[in-house]
Design a protein around this ligand. Structure first.
Ligand code: PRX
Length: 663
């Protein structure tokens, strides 16, 4: 273990006892400091990030090289950060905290039933991770092997992630709502050696049959040599004695120490699958050194982390928010991080605030969709619980409308908490655009300004830069350490998806406005990705399920504005000539989506149409489908290139009945 960073941290902790050490750049406490640090971070990117990483992260061999490569050259050479450095990220998350925080709660678990809690200290967590890491080794997992984690929100999910990291294995967490088919696709794509799952998950009083889905996913030939099963509920499970191993039989017997595997900064830490515009979800690869640097820096900066914080991010570890801001960022900063197993409305719409009161939560981070649903349930669910400990409130995953922002600020935060609307993506690894608590003046609905190291650029669709006030496509100009390096075994897809639109720029897929003070307002996806309740889904995934049904000949799926979910899913379906359209068929199609994609994949509105609006060359004019679903029937633009313009009238008439049913 390198001595210097630890000494730096200790030194800095003595000076500012309640804060995490941030390197010579220091904390951002006001806008003057923000502008100066942001400016410096761009003038000398390498020095900035080397300074941050060497003061925040525990390296075995401290890096001296910052960035190698550029956006313009990504097809020839994947970007790399800190490539002469070696580390094991678990030393930053666990070992480095033992000196001053051994007994501090690392993971505070709130189970599905209110009051069902576990507190795991940093020393206990290290021991759990070491035993699990040794278990993985005994099961034949080696550095570089892929391990799928298909679990609910139990501490062992975080333990499993860190255990992989401890031995240099690459984890790929699959959200527990995904179906057997989606799980199988991911197992096959990453060629997983082992799966870690649990008997059942618990959410809102309901059991989720994780092991059963896993069995179905692994049915037949598979690369998977073993399944490690954590017992959560004790419910019945099928058992394959050749393949399955109980966590409680095996892990506790393992040695309590596990030497951390020394990894290169650019070794993969994890693969996380995410939906895009086309095709199957892609496995984004995040690497050790840059990712841990970026998540710990942004977590400390945006949330203004202090030593005695009780930090609660109520996302799921199956998504990037859980990776970056429940597990890696907070643990690297020695924070107490809360893991929440339940849902916001169980047993009632006051659950979050009851948790805040009982655990004295100081920082709370959730998605706009939950805020909208809870606001609709009424203020009384909030006001009965003491929220006086809250200091910072965060949101992520979709644009937050000013009404929801104001409710969060006024009602939940009683007008005294900083609200941070954090914009980022699975690809970015960590927060890129956000207010900094205590420093940035906020306006409801705006993600405000870029964090240090990030330079946004707005382009028009022709690739011309929009400067000053205006609206365009959100791109980022320079690399930052936390961004995904590639798509697992498909670098050309990575290059074409993110760098194929505007050479030399990272294209986010989002639209964005810049106001006259320079604040950024994310307007949402401009491609065929929909954020439904903060869950990212590809319209192509729905379409391929729909057309697989024998009654369907063609389908077009788009998003539409939904008052609670942000976006809902709207499916236009063309049936086979011999088939009737009816309610039963729409239910059948939704069941099929659930089975093939997952429990969270639900089509909200179906419209039966005579044909898709296609150009004479056969290309579907998706713009028409989008506009109609958004209720903007009168601004469809030029439709003269359609092969059969009459379908537009039929689509509009049908949509009016669906969208304005209640009128
Ligand atoms: O459209 C943006 C939206 O979520 C997308 C990324 O989704 P995902 O990779 O699943 O990551 C979600 C958690 C980081 C973005 O392209 N998004 C995320 N945060 C915001 C947002 N849209 C508006 N405002 C945000 N704060």
């Amino acid at each position: 273990m390198s001595e210097t960073p630890l000494l730096d941290i200790m030194e800095a902790l003595r000076e500012v006892p309640s804060r995490v050490s941030m390197g010579s750049t220091g904390r951002i406490t006001d806008m003057t400091k923000y502008h100066s640090i942001h400016g410096n971070s761009i003038i000398d990117i390498d020095s900035f990030w080397l300074d941050v990483t060497n003061s925040m992260i525990t390296w075995r061999k401290a890096p001296t090289i910052g960035l190698k490569g550029s956006f313009g050259d990504v097809s020839n050479r994947p970007l790399s950060w800190f490539e002469d450095g070696t580390l094991n990220v678990t030393e930053s998350c666990l070992d480095s905290n033992l000196k001053t925080r051994a007994e501090k709660t690392a993971i505070l678990w709130e189970g599905d039933e209110p009051g069902e809690t576990r507190r795991i200290s940093y020393s206990e967590l290290l021991e759990l991770v070491c035993r699990a890491a040794n278990a993985l080794k005994s099961l034949g997992v080696e550095k570089g092997d892929r391990v799928i984690i298909y679990m609910g929100m139990v501490p062992e999910a975080a333990v499993a992630m860190l255990a992989c990291a401890r031995i240099g294995a690459v984890h790929s967490v699959v959200f527990g709502g995904f179906s057997a088919e989606s799980l199988r696709d991911r197992v096959i794509d990453c060629d997983a050696k082992l799966v870690i799952t649990q008997d059942e998950g618990m959410r809102g009083g309901k059991k989720i049959p994780l092991k059963e889905v896993c069995d179905e996913a692994l049915d037949g030939d598979s690369s998977v040599k073993g399944v490690l099963v954590y017992r959560r509920t004790g419910g019945p499970v099928n058992w394959n004695p050749v393949r399955d191993v109980w966590w409680h039989d095996f892990v506790p017997l393992q040695p309590s120490e596990c030497h951390p595997k020394e990894c290169n900064a650019e070794d993969p830490l994890f693969i996380l699958y995410t939906s895009g515009s086309t095709g199957k979800p892609k496995g984004l690869v995040h690497t050790c050194g840059g990712y841990i640097t970026y998540t710990s820096y942004t977590h400390a900066t945006v949330f203004d982390i202090r030593e005695d914080d009780v930090y609660a991010c109520v996302a799921d570890v199956g998504w990037i928010t859980g990776h970056s801001y429940i597990v890696y960022g907070p643990l690297a900063n020695g924070a107490t991080t809360l893991m929440f197993e339940s849902i916001p409305t169980y047993p009632d719409a006051g659950r979050y605030w009851e948790v805040v009161a009982r655990h004295g939560v100081t920082i709370f981070y959730t998605a706009p969709t939950a805020i909208r649903a809870l606001a609709a349930a009424g203020d009384r669910f909030v006001s009965v619980h003491d929220r006086s400990t809250l200091r910072v409130l965060g949101t992520v995953g979709e644009p937050i409308n000013p009404e929801a922002w104001n409710w969060y600020y006024d009602v939940v935060g009683e007008g005294r908490c900083n609200v941070v609307d954090t914009w980022w993506q699975t690809e970015t690894g960590g927060i890129c655009i956000s207010p900094i608590a205590q420093a940035t003046p906020t306006i409801g609905g705006s993600a405000t300004l870029p964090l240090p190291g990030i330079v946004p650029q707005l382009n028009d669709s022709e690739g011309r830069e929009i400067t000053g006030e205006g609206e365009g496509l959100l791109c980022i100009k320079y690399p930052w350490p936390g961004q995904a390096r590639t798509v697992w075994r498909d670098h050309s897809r990575f290059v074409s998806t993110y760098f194929g639109h505007f050479p030399g720029l990272y294209f986010t897929g989002d639209g964005c406005k810049r106001d006259k003070r320079g604040y950024l307002w994310i307007t949402g996806r401009i491609d065929d990705v929909i954020n439904v309740s903060g869950h990212r889904m590809g319209t192509a995934e729905f379409e391929s399920v729909l057309v697989s049904h024998s009654a369907v000949s063609e389908a077009g799926v788009v998003g539409f504005p939904h008052p609670i979910k942000g976006s809902g899913v709207y499916a236009y379906v063309v049936t086979q000539p011999s088939e009737e359209w009816n309610q039963d068929l729409s239910e059948e199609l939704n069941l099929l989506c659930r089975k093939r994609i997952g429990a969270h994949a639900k089509i909200d509105l179906f419209q039966h149409i005579p044909g898709l609006p296609k150009t004479r060359s056969g290309k579907v004019m998706r713009r028409i489908l989008r506009k109609v679903a958004e209720g903007e029937m009168d601004s469809l633009g030029d439709i003269s290139t359609l092969a059969d313009p009459s379908v537009v009238g039929a689509i509009k008439d049908g949509a009016k009945k669906i969208l304005y049913q209640s009128d």
